[in-house]
Write a protein that binds this ligand. Structure first.
Ligand code: HEM
Length: 487
């Protein structure tokens, strides 16, 4: 039985990527005085675009998410904050998380532009603003700025993002193709059953893939005199502050675009001689999709255009050994799909079903956007290699939603991205976003392309991506936002 989801109470960005609203600004805010900040939040709650409102006719959208110090500043007590997930209350920058996320050397928080130990002003919230075009963005930004400044709120840092041609990220690969489909009563199904995920994996207050309610932040009823919040599903004597909200992971990931393609160029000899475009082939083997989006597992030798948007595929039946899409490719390790269980040969059909069920517990909704100008407007590797790199910062504002950061986002990072011994691999962290410096005992980072009769191996993979900022945020439901505004 599928649950009803109160979409009118959910901030719209969790359900939709707003492909039409090409411009985005992420504004980090600091509350100087709690009382006017709360008033501003109550007022802002009326302007948030809900998931229940069609975004098709909208030219703008506004959302807000809070840090743990931000909620403390708004008046939540230590006891109340302790009901939030531990990853959120501890924050992204702990020694333990640095190891999980690979935030070392160039990516260490001490070098971050924001979110690290060098911040001079505490970050309390992120305002996410989306607009159809630049003029609309400028108008919206300044009209909102007047309001937050009147409430004594300071903007600490502003980040701007804009889609690149063909929905590509900076390395030149189409992004945002594979997303989980939130399962709820009355929706239009648009993907394979294995991709239908219970709402509780992303939203508090609903059943997750264990058929349980993820622990949600809660408060005692005395602190909700206006009775704005519903009872907590796990602790009905408490009020659910989390319902229809989600945990938002936000990371500014810098990309070394030219170094990426120079490395691929230096390893084109690893492509079989029959391959038409060895440069794209080697990089696509690492990504798991071709630049146009076509999955390697469906198109192992060339990017067929009819597969550009293909997301209905698995690995277990036709590509178990990774001859088409390598086992350690980015998309295969972050979502092994029907090939999560790799060690049993007893009954493949049973393993496929089990894998699909398990994998539903490790999905995230990605809503990231690229930042910085493209190195070459065409986004083609040949042009990227020819263009002089002026050293401008470019990368992805990686953003994802999940209800359990530890079991979803962090597990993907620690167990799959950053694990050189994933599946039958030995020295292979994720070739695109892995952390070669974290290999044990000075081992070199490799990428293995399974092949017959012998596999091919590329060694000494440098790091192409590192963090320059980040944080864990709570994006409340709209009623919870009204509640925070009324405290
Ligand atoms: C600069 C960094 C990154 C780049 C360039 C990148 C690039 C890509 C591309 C091109 C795709 C394929 C398009 C698609 O299926 O939507 C993809 C898929 C994906 N990426 Fe990344 N990514 C990056 C960082 C990350 C990180 C940090 C995570 C951690 C959670 C991640 C998780 C995923 C997931 C879950 C998928 C979907 C896989 C699937 O379902 O098949 N990515 N990424």
């Amino acid at each position: 039985m599928e649950e009803m989801v109160e979409k009118d109470d959910v901030q719209g960005i969790i359900f939709k990527g707003y492909a039409r609203l090409e411009w985005a600004s992420y504004i980090l805010l600091h509350f100087t005085e709690p009382a006017p900040a709360r008033k501003w939040i109550a007022d802002l709650s009326t302007r948030i675009l809900s998931a229940g409102t069609s975004s098709r006719d909208q030219s703008t959208a506004i959302h807000i998410a809070f840090t743990c110090p931000g909620l403390a500043k708004l008046g939540l007590s230590a006891e109340e904050l302790a009901t939030f997930p531990r990853e959120f209350t501890e924050g992204m920058v702990t020694e333990h998380r640095q190891r999980i996320l690979g935030d070392c050397n160039e990516g260490e928080p001490a070098r971050w532009i924001w979110g690290g130990p060098n911040d001079t002003i505490e970050i309390h919230a992120m305002l996410l603003v989306y607009a159809l075009d630049n003029a609309t963005m400028v108008e919206l930004y300044f009209s909102e700025k007047i309001l937050w400044e009147q409430a004594g709120i300071q903007s600490v840092h502003v980040m701007e993002a804009h889609f690149l041609p063909d929905g590509k990220e900076h390395f030149g690969f189409r992004d945002g193709i594979s997303q989980p489909e939130i399962k709820f009563a009355g929706r239009d199904e648009s993907s394979h059953e294995a991709n239908h995920i219970n709402p509780g994996e992303f939203l508090f207050g609903y059943k997750n893939e264990y058929e349980k309610y993820t622990y949600s932040p809660n408060i005692s009823p005395e602190n909700d005199p206006q009775n704005l919040l519903p009872p907590d599903k796990n602790f009905p004597q408490m009020k659910d502050l989390g319902r229809n909200g989600s945990m938002m992971v936000f990371r500014q990931l810098h990309q070394q675009v030219q170094a990426f393609w120079q490395f691929m160029q230096a390893h084109t000899d690893q492509a079989p001689s029959s391959i038409k475009n060895p440069l794209e082939y080697v990089a696509s083997k690492m990504m798991g999709r071709w630049p146009n989006g076509a999955p390697l597992t469906k198109c192992p030798v060339e990017p067929l255009s009819e597969f550009e948007d293909c997301n209905d595929f698995g690995y277990a039946q036709k590509d178990f050994d990774g001859f088409s899409c390598p086992v350690g490719a980015h998309i295969r390790r972050v979502n092994p799909r029907d090939n999560f269980l790799r060690d049993s040969t007893g009954n493949p059909e049973k393993d496929i079903k089990k894998s699909q069920v398990f994998m539903k517990r490790f999905r995230v909704i990605r809503r990231g956007r690229p930042y910085g100008p493209p190195l070459a407007k065409s986004m083609l590797p040949q042009d990227i290699l020819k263009t002089e790199d002026s050293g401008e910062d470019r990368g992805i504002f990686f953003m994802c939603f999940n209800s359990n950061i530890g079991r979803q986002f962090e597990l993907i990072h620690q167990t799959w991205i950053n694990n050189p011994k994933l599946a039958e691999l030995y020295e292979d962290p994720d070739p695109i976003v892995g952390f070669p410096e974290m290999m044990e005992n000075g081992a070199v980072s490799s990428f293995t392309m399974q092949a017959y009769p012998v596999r091919r191996k590329i060694e000494n993979i440098p790091r192409f991506v590192w963090a320059r900022g980040g944080g864990y945020f709570f994006m409340p439901g709209i009623k919870a936002l009204q509640y925070l505004g009324s405290r």
